[in-house]
Design a protein around this ligand. Structure first.
Ligand code: FES
Length: 100
C-alpha cells in the first residue's frame, strides 16, 4: 500500500511530506488552529482536512477554510532530484522555526 503522508523532523521542526495527485507538498505537521496532528487528516481535491475540527488547507498556498480564526498552513518548497526529496531549509528558518 502506497503511503500518502510521510512524517519527518528537521532541526526540531515536525513536517509532513504529502503525495497528492502526482506532486509532493511539504508542510508543517501541527494544525495552526489548535495543533492537531495533521498526519491523521485526509486529502480531498487538493486540500488537507484537519482531523480535529475539519478545517481544511489548500495545498497550493496553505490558505485555511474561510471563516477560521487561524493563520494559513506553512508550505515549504520541495524539489525532487535523483529519486530524493529536498525540502528548502531556508524556508524553515524564514518561518521563525529553529534552524535545521
Ligand atoms: S485543530 Fe485543526 S482545525 Fe482545529
Amino acid at each position: 500500500m502506497e503511503k500518502t503522508f510521510v512524517c519527518t523532523s528537521i532541526g526540531g521542526n515536525d513536517l509532513m511530506l504529502i503525495w497528492d495527485g502526482g506532486r509532493a507538498v511539504a508542510c508543517e505537521r501541527a494544525c495552526p488552529h489548535e495543533q492537531a496532528d495533521l498526519s491523521r487528516g485526509q486529502l480531498s481535491n487538493g486540500r488537507l482536512l484537519c482531523p480535529r475540527h475539519a478545517a481544511s488547507f489548500d495545498l497550493d498556498d496553505g490558505s485555511i477554510t474561510a471563516g477560521w480564526p487561524s493563520r494559513p498552513l506553512r508550505i515549504y518548497p520541495v524539489r525532487i532530484a535523483e529519486e530524493q526529496v529536498w525540502i528548502d531549509a531556508k524556508a524553515l528558518r524564514n518561518a521563525g522555526s529553529p534552524q535545521p
